[in-house]
Structures are given as C-alpha cells and as structure tokens.
Write a protein that binds this ligand. Structure first.
Ligand code: EPU
Length: 350
C-alpha cells in the first residue's frame, strides 16, 4: 500500500522491501517482519525521504543494529536504517582529533579504527554490539567510560521538517544510559553523524572493577591492550549475539536511596552498591536477579544467562512476548523481595 503511494522520486532512488524479515536486524533474533524496510546512504537521501509527503504520514521507526530492541510483534509501518558509514578526521591539534563517524558504522569498527591510530578515549567501549548513531542515543557505557565523555557533537535531521541540527554534548542531556533522544525528542530526530573528541596522548582508564588487575598481566600498557583485555572480559561474561540471541544488559542498574540500601543490607550484607550522588546508591541489577534465584534459569524458549544475570537470552524460537514475560516476572520478583524497580534498558516495539 505504502510502496504504491510513495512518490516517484523516492521509488526511483530507494530500494523498498515489503514484508521484510527483521530477524537479522534485532540481536534477540526474534522472527518478526516489517511492512516496509528502507535503507539510505547519504544525508541528502535522508533529507529527501523525510520531506516526502507519503513518508510523513506513515508510522515509522529508525533502527541501528537492533541490539537494544525487543519486537513484540510484526511492525506495521516502515523501518528505516542508515548505511551512512565512514570515519573522517574533521580537525586535529596537538592534543585532540575530532573524528566524525557515520551513524551506520558498526560501533566496534569505530573503536578499532581509533585504537589503530592510537587515539584514546573509547578503547574501554570495545566490542559493544550496535551502530554509532544508536550508541549516541543510548549513551553506551562500559568499564568506567561512557560515550558521552568523548562526544563533541551529534548531527541529526528532524523527522517532521527534514531540517538538519547539530547538537552539542550538553544539548544531548546525557545521563546513565539516557539522552534527550530517549525522552523529549524520542523518535523526533535521526542521527546521521557523531563527532568524537579523542586524545592523541591516551591516558588509560582502569578504574572499573578488576580491569587494572587483569591489565597487570599484560606486557604492554596501551590502549590496544586495554581493548584486547576488555574484549576478553566481555567474551567471558556476555553471550555472542550471533550464537545466542540477546541484547546485552536487559535492565539498567537501579539507583536507590541510601536509607533503602542500608535497610536491605541488614538482611543481605553482601549486596553491592556504588555511591553515584549524595544519598544515592546504584545497585547491580545482576546481583538482584541472582538473589531472586533467576541466574542460569531457563523457561522453555527463554532464559537468564548463566554467566551474567543481567542478560536475557533467546534459547530457540522465542517470541518477543515470551522474552517480555520473563522480564516481567523478574521485575515483579525483584520488586516483591527488595522493593526495587528494575527497568528495561531494552526498548519494546509494538
Ligand atoms: N553481578 C552479580 N551477578 C552476575 C553479574 C554481576 O551479582 O551475574 C554483580 C557483581 O557484584 C558485579 C556487579 O554485579 O561486581 C557488576 O557486574 P558487571 O561488572 O558485569 O556490570 P553490570 O553492572 O552487570 C554494567 C553494564 C554493562 C557493562 C558492564 C561493565 C548496565 C546496565 N550494564 O553491567 O553494559 O558491560 O557494566 O562496565 O549498566 C550493556 O549495557 O548491554 C552492557 C553489557
């Protein structure tokens, strides 16, 4: 229907797939289909699409690699995906390089490129599935670093008007796994490029967990070895999405008040917690899920990963609803046992 209505310009330049399987476009590998699927590879193309009157009326969703999405059903609209790749050095001085990265570039390819040039700042974010545009929406983080720490600006197009806007890092309103693009501007802008400010004299950040301990065993202390070590640690704890469908951490780590934390500590002295602000403690959701007895448990087609309780896995042909139901039982149990709400980091669609 949509393809028949869409204007001839778009039809002439774009390949629009109909009833397109999204299995390869979501790392849970849930078998759903999109009514239409469209890819573009330049800002001009995107801008033309956004100004198309038929496109404007259609229900639509822009995706990255689908590593943070849970499709509950077939998508009855148009799915857009960026093929804008490449990493271009915009400017450079004695200390920094500003690297403009296409939103469709695999995030880890971007990290590998930076590390191979000895540009520091993102090596701790090695091997995170997903694409660069989505990484900037999500404010991905690992091993003591968040992408916001190195974001200089984000280039995006307003869906409603097709106009371009450059957001400074401050305008992106970054927080823990959070940004303006997940809140007041949800689905209102499409990111085409992310500009990273990387350093030419890398300083290693080994503050997280046992990273410094593991690094001690390495002969060389540089960003390449940090990358190697992070890749190794992640491979030990997190399932490969190609082998076992998953979306990394399913929940964010909840932040609770200090009195609440201390009350729980009376019954559970081992509960870990990290002070994040005055009177606020971040508690690992993985610990809570392990404490309710769900770590390593499987329920027919879905399960909780046995090496990291924060990861829900598709054990076979799980549907999005089955995955969501397991997540819901975890939420309920954690709430009953600890009076803590754990909220999905994963975005539900449908
Ligand atoms: N823990 C458990 N049981 C487990 C796993 C962990 O009790 O099965 C407890 C331990 O006390 C451990 C603590 O949780 O010390 C923290 O575990 P981990 O270092 O694995 O980190 P996390 O808080 O579970 C976060 C991110 C990960 C990121 C790691 C490393 C979130 C939601 N997740 O996980 O990000 O890789 O830190 O920095 O903040 C992702 O977002 O997809 C992701 C994998």
């Amino acid at each position: 229907m949509y393809a028949r209505n869409i204007n001839t310009y778009i039809l002439s330049i774009m390949k629009i797939e109909e009833n397109y399987s999204l299995e390869k476009h979501n790392t849970f590998h849930v078998q759903v289909a999109a009514k239409h699927f469209m890819e573009y590879d330049s800002e001009e193309e995107l801008s033309r699409i956004l100004r198309d009157e038929y496109f404007m009326e259609c229900q639509k969703l822009h995706i990255g690699a689908g590593s943070n999405l849970l499709f509950l059903d077939d998508y009855n609209g148009i799915i857009l995906h960026s093929l804008i790749g490449g990493a271009e050095q915009l400017k450079s001085d004695d200390t920094n390089v500003y690297l403009q990265v296409g939103a469709g570039m695999a995030w880890d390819a971007c990290v590998a490129y930076a590390v191979s040039n000895n540009w520091g700042g993102i090596e701790n974010l090695s091997n995170i599935p997903g694409e660069t545009g989505a990484a900037a929406v999500q404010n991905i983080g690992a091993y003591g670093v968040e992408i916001k720490d190195v974001i200089a600006s984000v280039t995006a197009y307003e869906v409603k008007t097709g106009n371009k806007k450059i957001f400074t890092a401050t305008e992106c309103k970054y927080g823990y796994r959070d940004s303006i693009f997940k809140n007041e501007l949800l689905d209102q802008y499409i990111i085409t490029h992310v500009t990273l400010k990387l350093t030419k004299q890398p300083v290693l950040n080994l503050s997280y967990g046992n990273l410094s301990e593991v690094m001690c065993a390495e002969k060389e202390q540089n960003i390449q070895t940090v990358r190697d070590v992070v890749i190794k640690i992640r491979a030990e704890k997190l399932p490969n999405t190609d082998e076992l469908g998953n979306a990394g951490s399913f929940f964010t780590n909840p932040i609770i008040s200090k009195p609440h934390y201390e009350a729980i500590q009376k019954d559970y002295p081992a509960i870990p917690g990290y002070e994040v602000a005055d009177n606020k403690i971040k508690v690992p959701a993985a610990w809570l899920i392990e404490a309710i007895g769900f770590k390593g448990k499987s329920f027919d087609t879905v399960g909780v990963y046995d090496k990291q309780a924060l990861v829900i896995v598709n054990l076979g042909d799980a549907s999005g609803t089955e995955i969501a139901m397991l997540a819901e039982s975890i939420r309920t149990k954690v709430l009953q046992q600890f009076e803590i709400e754990v909220n999905p980091e994963v975005r539900y669609v449908g």
